[in-house]
Design a protein around this ligand. Structure first.
Ligand code: MLT
Length: 270
């Protein structure tokens, strides 16, 4: 479905009823990464999975600040809040964010704490980018502008899945690349700059007062387990679920285990 919010057409999927669960996708993805969750968790809760601006079926818009090309994490969080407003959802929602989706979940919690009932943070980190990561993002921006988004997608695919996934589920890398290739150049540049600028969310961890489920793919090549152990130690009401046989795209690689962890968490905390 489409709706006009914040001056662009946002696409979203919505299925199920009762407690809302907002699924925020990672970079450079869209709602399709959540297909195994939308079909399964909608039996239990009201699942809402938007395409962030410039991703998937959502319209790409130049950012309001024309000096910067950034799609900041706060801007994405504002778009998610506007979508909830548009759907008439005033009750607190559960938010599940994977990777960049987790950065956006932190931004949402910072700005709209009263709208959050609980968090699922998957394959993400609280810290800001280190200098080397910032340099890489700036290089990626140049490459995307010169060579197109496909070049970045091709470079990312080898690090997104666990080694076993490439052999045991040979169709998944192809499917993942196809979803990633649906991003606009505006969003690819905007997200990279927005992630580069994002603040360190570590100082807020010990103030998070909603139940939080942390999900880590045991073979994630991008986010070390140590980052999750730190989040678990600091977030007061948190639990850590480590999923074997999964890398960064843990929800797509091991959907049954991922769905069971989220479903049981929602059952207990919802
Ligand atoms: C993602 O999966 O959303 C990205 O790997 C996040 C990042 O680039 O930091």
């Amino acid at each position: 479905m489409y709706t006009k919010i914040n001056n662009f057409q946002m696409y979203y999927e919505e299925q199920g009823c009762r407690q809302p669960l907002l699924l925020i996708h990672g970079f450079p993805l869209n709602h399709k990464m959540w297909e195994p969750q939308i079909s399964s968790l909608s039996a239990q809760v009201r699942v809402i999975a938007p395409d962030l601006r410039g991703h998937g079926f959502s319209e790409a818009v130049p950012p309001p600040n024309t000096r910067s090309q950034s799609y900041t994490m706060e801007m994405h969080a504002d778009d998610c809040a506007a979508l909830l407003d548009d759907l008439g959802i005033t009750q607190p929602v559960f938010i599940a964010g994977l990777s960049m989706g987790g950065y956006i979940a932190f931004a949402f919690l910072r700005k709209y704490p009263e709208r959050v009932a609980g968090l699922v943070l998957a394959a993400t980190r609280a810290g800001a980018d280190k200098p080397a990561a910032r340099d890489n993002r700036l290089k990626a921006v140049v490459t995307a502008r010169e060579a197109g988004v496909g070049r970045i997608v091709d470079a990312m695919i080898p690090s997104l899945l666990s080694p076993a996934t490439y052999t045991d589920q040979p169709d998944l890398p192809t499917r993942l690349a196809a979803i990633m290739a649906e991003i606009s150049l505006d969003a690819m540049v905007g997200d990279q700059l927005g992630m580069l600028e994002r603040p360190d969310s570590s100082p807020m961890l010990d103030q998070i007062n909603v139940p939080t489920l942390l999900i880590h793919g045991a073979e994630d090549q991008l986010i070390p387990l140590e980052d999750f152990r730190i989040m678990q130690a600091k977030i007061p009401i948190s639990e850590l679920h480590i999923i074997p046989g999964a890398g960064h795209m843990v929800n797509m690689e091991q959907p049954l285990q991922f769905n069971r962890a989220v479903s049981e968490f929602l059952q207990r905390k919802g």
